[in-house]
Design a protein around this ligand. Structure first.
Ligand code: MN3
Length: 255
């Protein structure tokens, strides 16, 4: 198995889960077999806080202290963003899953399938997006900022002309999202090229099948306390926090 962008501890755990899953599948236990099917190119179950006992997601902790990204992103913004906003997406995702389960069990109004499906997409994407966002940043003195190297740097040069041209396109795309949303560097696996995409809300405008490599949250809750309406200044500041070594590992794991 590949590493799924996690540390060795969770890899071992996942390998153990995969073994259990294989046994479960042999025994016809379809639900027990499912956990090892985590998207290899996205995030692990541990990254996303999936609890196999409760069948719910749990909010993962920030991978650093709330003030670790100062002065570019302030501690209060980080605390509210993680503890309130990200927590809200996890809660909304679990609620959508639970309600759809109740509908399938015949205990709730099937006319609400559209509503809960919409909620599942919005909150589920919100949970994944924020998990990627935290991991995609690092304190400036601990890996944040600078430039990519290795295969990712080479691919960026091939697909955007240069790192500077990529950065200009990424920043412009992020700064110009209509309303709330995200800017993403993604891998499009058919033509095998990197693309920059905008995302509205937590899921709209994304292209089916691409793998997110690196994203910036441009909802106002991500920057308004320090930057007010100056989204472009926040996007400029984010560049000093990009965890390129992490993005490189993600990219190289795609094979
Ligand atoms: Mn957010």
């Amino acid at each position: 198995m590949t590493s799924y962008f996690s540390d060795d501890t969770s890899l071992s755990r996942r390998q153990a889960i995969a073994s259990i899953g294989a046994l479960g599948a042999a025994a016809g236990l379809t639900h027990a077999a499912a956990p090892h099917l985590t998207h290899r190119a996205l995030l692990s179950q541990d990254d996303l806080g999936w609890n196999e006992q409760t069948l719910e997601y749990e909010l993962p902790p920030l991978p650093y202290a709330p003030d670790a990204l100062e002065p570019y992103i302030d501690a209060q913004t980080m605390t509210i963003h993680h503890d309130k906003h990200h927590a809200g997406y996890v809660k909304g995702l679990n609620r959508a899953l639970a309600n759809l389960l109740q509908i399938r069990a015949g205990n709730a109004d099937a006319a609400l399938i559209a509503h809960w499906t919409n909620q599942l997409s919005f909150h589920g994407s919100g949970h994944v997006n924020h998990t990627l966002f935290w991991q995609g940043m690092a304190p400036p003195n601990k890996g944040g900022g600078g430039m990519p190297s290795g295969k990712l740097a080479a691919q960026i040069e091939r697909d955007f002309g240069s790192f500077e041209q990529f950065l200009a396109q990424f920043k412009a795309a992020a700064a110009s999202v209509e309303g709330s949303g995200w800017g993403w560097l993604v891998w499009e696996p058919i033509a095998r090229q990197l693309l920059v995409l905008q995302m509205e809300n937590q899921q709209k405008l994304m292209m089916t099948g691409v793998v997110p490599i690196l994203g910036i949250d441009v909802w106002e809750h991500a920057y308004y306390l320090r930057y007010q309406n100056r989204r472009a200044a926040y996007v400029d500041a984010f560049v000093n926090l990009i965890n390129w070594p992490w993005a490189q590992r993600r990219f190289e794991s795609l094979g």
